[in-house]
Design a protein around this ligand. Sequence first.
Ligand SMILES: NC(=O)c1ccc[n+]([C@@H]2O[C@H](COP(=O)([O-])OP(=O)(O)OC[C@H]3O[C@@H](n4cnc5c(N)ncnc54)[C@H](O)[C@@H]3O)[C@@H](O)[C@H]2O)c1
Ligand SMILES: [Zn+2]
Length: 366
Amino acid sequence: MTTIPVALGTRAYDVVIEPGLLARAAAHIAPFAPRGFVAIVADEAVAVHLATLTASLDRAGLRWQAITIPAGEASKSWAQLSRVGDTLLQMGVERTDPVVALGGGVVGDLVGFAAAILKRGCRLVQIPTTLLAQVDSSVGGKTAINTPAGKNLIGAFHQPTLVLIDPDVLRTLSARELAAGYAEVVKYGLIDDADFFAWCEANGRALLAGDEALRTHAIAHSVAAKARIVAADEFETNGTRALLNLGHTFGHALEAEAGFDGRLLHGEAVAAGCGLAFAYSAEQGLCPPADAARVAAHWRAVGLPDSLAATPVAGAEPAQLVAHMRHDKKGSAGHIPFLLARGIGRTYLDRTVDLTAVERFLAEAR
Ligand SMILES: NC(=O)c1ccc[n+]([C@@H]2O[C@H](COP(=O)([O-])OP(=O)(O)OC[C@H]3O[C@@H](n4cnc5c(N)ncnc54)[C@H](O)[C@@H]3O)[C@@H](O)[C@H]2O)c1
Ligand SMILES: [Zn+2]
């Protein structure tokens, strides 16, 4: 069992990682359930894992009630927030009762936000079931829903009380979702950990093929990186947490262009986005071309898109992609903050990027 503390003073908590943990979840949750009651909100697609969790609670003599939400990004909505909030109130949830979010980033973000505002804030236990949620969204306290104006625009910072990660639940996840989550794993290496990127180059394919020990190692290493970054910049005010957006400025533009219709998963967009960030850095003479080539080669090796040309929106107008970036970052004039790289493991925030140069670069990347 690996326990990674997230050092946030009065909001500190542990992330516990262990294969098979779900079947023993009650022992970890019980100390945070003073009334012996646990509320659960689960993705409808993880019914088999919900059964494992509730069996553990039953064996420990904890009372529980569960609701499920429809799978998919559309559930990060006012409608589902209101449904979850009303249902938790009907259950009689008190502020000290744990509300468990069992699912991927969609359930984590939605239920995290519901927990943030239910009775002005109640206990939240994250039990992430996608690789993306295990290595990224379940740790750090960002919660949100989407509105017609854009993604994640209504939300709150609300740290969980506990995060339980069972790598075994990934066995039911599709290979495509697994690979998309892996893009966020590699991202930690690209940000500030060249040794970990080299580890990914050596082990990524075996990890995706199902090697459990490699998978668990990658999750623990990623969570430790995220915990370090969040502890240094909980509310994204000093630039440290912004490093996690590597590949996301390009990536969000690709996602917006694809229209969130399932053709391009978030992690796939992040992979292509990291490829583009490194290629742009190399083109600008900031980063050795060999490093950009290594990044692209690794994405290809694991079947992820390495650049714009490898995505379903390869034909997008560069001016349109840049317009998405401006909208995403609410950028003024010709500049928006960009994560660029001086090399693998040497990402930095650049506020001087010229969007006309980016547009020209994208025209060549097509
Ligand atoms: N809060 C943060 O810091 C943060 C960070 C990154 C991403 N996010 C958010 O996370 C969301 C994406 O998360 P995601 O990629 O986990 O998507 P998701 O929650 O939609 O899960 C992806 C798919 O996998 C299914 N699924 C989940 N677990 C499964 C399992 N074990 N077996 C089989 N199927 C399973 C889901 O039903 C869904 O269809 C986005 O809304 C994004 O904005 C938040
Ligand atoms: Zn991401």
